[in-house]
Design a protein around this ligand. Structure first.
Ligand SMILES: *Cc1c(COP(=O)(O)O)cnc(C)c1O
Length: 380
C-alpha cells in the first residue's frame, strides 16, 4: 500500500471555523456580504495593529488587480515587479494593458534587489517610459529589505504594492508585513498559512481607499435605486461563508506560525550536519519570517553531486511532496519579451532551491519519514 501523502502545505482547521459557517446558514447570510465578512475584516485589522482598513476579497490576485487600478495603472504604463515570485504577482499588471518590468532578487532575503530596482527606474525613465508602481514580495514569508526598497521608491515618488500573500504574521523591524505598502495584499488560498478555502484581502491606508476597493469589488454600482454605472466593476467580494472559515482561522494564526517555525527549526537541525545544503533563514534579528514554506539550497559542488532534483525525486519516491522555488517571471515563456534588470541571483536560486513540506499540521511521524528519507539519500 502506498504511504500517505505528505503535502508541502495543506489546510489546517482550528476547530471553530464550522461554528462561524453554521451561523451564516442559520441567519441566511449566504452571500458575498454579512457579519462574517465584517468580522473577518476587523479580525485582520486588529491583528495587523497598524490602523489599516481591510477589504476582504475573493482572492489575493483580485486584491493586486484592485490595488493597481487605484494607483491609476493604464494601458502602456510600466509596473516594476520582483521577478522571483508566483505569476499572480505579475498577471494583474497585464489585465490592465500595462507592461511588467522584472527585477532580480538579492541573496539574503531572496526578494527584490534594491540596486537592480534603482537601475531599472533610472533606465526606464531615460527611455521615456511611465512607471506607475512597484510590486514587491516577501517570498515564503521572508520580509524583503524594506527600508532600502522604500527609500528608493520615495526618492522616485513611486507607490509600493506589497504582495504579502505569503507573509501574514511576518515582521520587519517590529512592523507586520501586510502593513508596509501603500496597498498590501493578503491571500487565503488553500495552501497559504491560513485559508478561507479561497480568498484574499486588500489592506488599505484610508477608509476612502477601502470604500473604493469594495465599490470596484461589487460591480461598481453608483448610488442610485436602479443599476447605474460610471465605472467598470468586478465581482471580487469574499463570500460570508468563506469569511466564516477565515474568522476561525484567525484564532489559530499565531499558533500555526509557531508550528511552521518549528518545521523550519526541524530542517535546520536535519541539514546542519549535511555539507552543501543550506536552509533558508532570517539574515538578522530585524527579520521575523512566518516560514510559510521552508526551503533549502543544494550546492552540488559540496553535496557530492546531489542536486535539488535528486532530493525532490527521493522524497517523491516516499510520497512526500516538495517543489522547486518559484521560477522567475523573466524566464517564463509568457513574459519572455518583458524587460529584466539584474544578474543571475533569482536564476541561481531557482536552479538549486527546493521547498519542503512545511504545514502546521505535520506530525512527528511525518517528520520521521522526511528525516529518514533525507538521511538515507545523504548516507548519514
Ligand atoms: C498565493 C499568491 C498570490 C495569489 O493569491 P491568490 O489568493 O491565490 O489569488 C499572489 N502572490 C503570491 C506571492 C502568492 O504566493
Amino acid at each position: 500500500m502506498e504511504k500517505p501523502k505528505i503535502w508541502l502545505s495543506s489546510p489546517h482547521m482550528g476547530g471553530e471555523e464550522q461554528n462561524f459557517v453554521n451561523a451564516a446558514f442559520q441567519e441566511n447570510w449566504v452571500a458575498p456580504l454579512g457579519p462574517n465578512v465584517n468580522g473577518f475584516e476587523e479580525d485582520i485589522e486588529n491583528y495587523l495593529q497598524a490602523d489599516k482598513k481591510v477589504a476582504a476579497l475573493s482572492s489575493g490576485t483580485a486584491a493586486l488587480h484592485l490595488a493597481l487600478i487605484q494607483l491609476g495603472v493604464q494601458p502602456g504604463d510600466e509596473v516594476l515587479c520582483q521577478s522571483m515570485t508566483f505569476a499572480a504577482s505579475a498577471n494583474p499588471i497585464t489585465y490592465l494593458g500595462a507592461n511588467p518590468v522584472f527585477i532580480d532578487s538579492e541573496p539574503t532575503t531572496w526578494n527584490i534587489c534594491p540596486k537592480a530596482l534603482e537601475k531599472a527606474i533610472l533606465d526606464r525613465k531615460a527611455k521615456g517610459k511611465t512607471i506607475k508602481a512597484i510590486v514587491i514580495v516577501h517570498l515564503y514569508g521572508m520580509p524583503c529589505l524594506w527600508n532600502e526598497v522604500k527609500q528608493i521608491a520615495d526618492k522616485h515618488q513611486l507607490p509600493i504594492v506589497e504582495d504579502a500573500a505569503e507573509a501574514l504574521g511576518s515582521i520587519y523591524k517590529g512592523k507586520k508585513c501586510g502593513t508596509l505598502g501603500q496597498f498590501s495584499v493578503l491571500s487565503f488560498n488553500g495552501n497559504k498559512i491560513i485559508t478561507t478555502s479561497g480568498g484574499g484581502a486588500l489592506v488599505c491606508t484610508t477608509t476612502q481607499a477601502k470604500q473604493k476597493t469594495v465599490f470596484y469589488a461589487t460591480q461598481a454600482r453608483d448610488n442610485a435605486p436602479h443599476y447605474q454605472h460610471t465605472h467598470i466593476g468586478y465581482n471580487y467580494r469574499l463570500s460570508n461563508i468563506s469569511a466564516g472559515i477565515g474568522r476561525g482561522q484567525m484564532q489559530v494564526l499565531d499558533k500555526h506560525i509557531d508550528l511552521r517555525r518549528q518545521m523550519n527549526a526541524f530542517y535546520q537541525a536535519l541539514f546542519a550536519p549535511i555539507a552543501g545544503v543550506e536552509v533558508f533563514s532570517e539574515p538578522t534579528s530585524d527579520f521575523f519570517s512566518n516560514h510559510w514554506l521552508s526551503a533549502i539550497l543544494a550546492d552540488t559542488d559540496k553535496t557530492g553531486g546531489i542536486s535539488r532534483e535528486d532530493i525532490r525525486l527521493a522524497l517523491q519516491e516516499e510520497n512526500i511532496e516538495s517543489r522547486p522555488l518559484w521560477k522567475p517571471m523573466h524566464l517564463q515563456p509568457i513574459f519572455k519579451e518583458a524587460p529584466y534588470y539584474g544578474e543571475k541571483v533569482a536564476e541561481n536560486l531557482f536552479d538549486s532551491g527546493l521547498c519542503l513540506p512545511s504545514g502546521s499540521n505535520l506530525t512527528d511521524q511525518d517528520r520521521e519519514r522526511i528525516k529518514t528519507t533525507i538521511q538515507k539519500l545523504f548516507k548519514q
